[in-house]
Write a protein that binds this ligand. Structure first.
Ligand SMILES: [Zn+2]
Length: 254
């Protein structure tokens, strides 16, 4: 159990075993171990390009083309990514009933690939394309390939004139109210929340773990850096996420 204190792993495994309703909350840190850069960090796609705001995207064909250019490059960074040890443990925990599900800030779809079914995606998913006009959904891969080949923004196969955008939440766009409502409900009902790989600074998503604590839940934070909620947490772990979850899982199984 390199880098992971066995006593801490045993304690958290004990909390997991006795909790009735466990929610896992994740951010970019879970996916960096799959080679996906944190988009907000230096070297991420968004530090190279200017931001295309949602209103601009909706109003201008030129902005839509620029958006697709950026997204096509971003797509390469995660299209081939595979779930890592952290995703796999979280997936197993849902299958065996240890956790209720995952609330995530990530758009990469790796939790689903890691075996999770109950995933609330606060920022949508980059695995799909959503027509902003008729609501039709498409797999992102083929349309990104089409864009790279033709250098033209793809057309909606259903309504023809609709504006196709990745099914993610853009800058200037509000989070999906229904997803946010359900996530808040999970956080009021949980008795143990594991906040993993999130800096817990982006609102309103970051308020969710605080909601859980206010309602009496235990909070465990696993993140490389300090977070504003560290003082509320029952345990804070700064080790590798994959290693940590594997260690906890080993204690659960024994
Ligand atoms: Zn459409």
């Amino acid at each position: 159990m390199q880098g992971m204190n066995t006593e801490v792993a045993t304690k958290i495994a004990g909390w997991l075993a006795e909790a009735k309703n466990v929610v896992v909350f994740t951010g970019a840190g879970v996916s960096t171990e799959s080679g996906i850069p944190d988009f907000r960090s230096p070297g991420g796609v968004w530090s190279k390009y200017r931001t295309v705001y949602y209103d601009e995207f909706m109003a201008s064909a030129e902005a839509r083309h620029e958006y697709w250019q950026q997204k096509a490059e971003g797509h390469r960074e995660f299209a081939d990514a595979q779930p890592n040890d952290g995703h796999r443990v979280i997936g197993q925990w849902e299958r065996d009933g240890t956790i209720r599900g995952v609330v995530t800030q990530n758009i990469d779809g790796l939790h689903q690939m890691g075996g999770n079914r109950e995933v609330l995606e606060l920022h949508g998913t980059a695995r799909q394309i959503l027509c902003q006009d008729c609501g039709a959904r498409y797999e992102a891969g083929p349309l990104v390939a089409e864009f790279l080949e033709t250098d033209r923004v793809p057309e909606c196969g259903k309504c023809a004139t609709g504006r196709l955008k990745h099914a993610t939440i853009s800058f200037g766009q509000s989070l999906p109210a229904d997803v946010l409502r359900e996530a808040a409900q999970w956080c009021r009902q949980t008795d143990l929340l594991l906040a993993i790989g999130s800096s817990l600074v982006v609102s309103p998503a970051a308020d969710l773990p605080a909601t859980a604590v206010r309602n009496g839940a235990r909070l465990v934070i696993i993140n490389r850096d300090t977070t504003p909620l560290d003082s509320l947490a029952d345990e804070v772990i700064r080790e590798s996420i994959g290693t940590t979850l594997m260690a906890i899982n080993a204690c659960l199984a024994s």
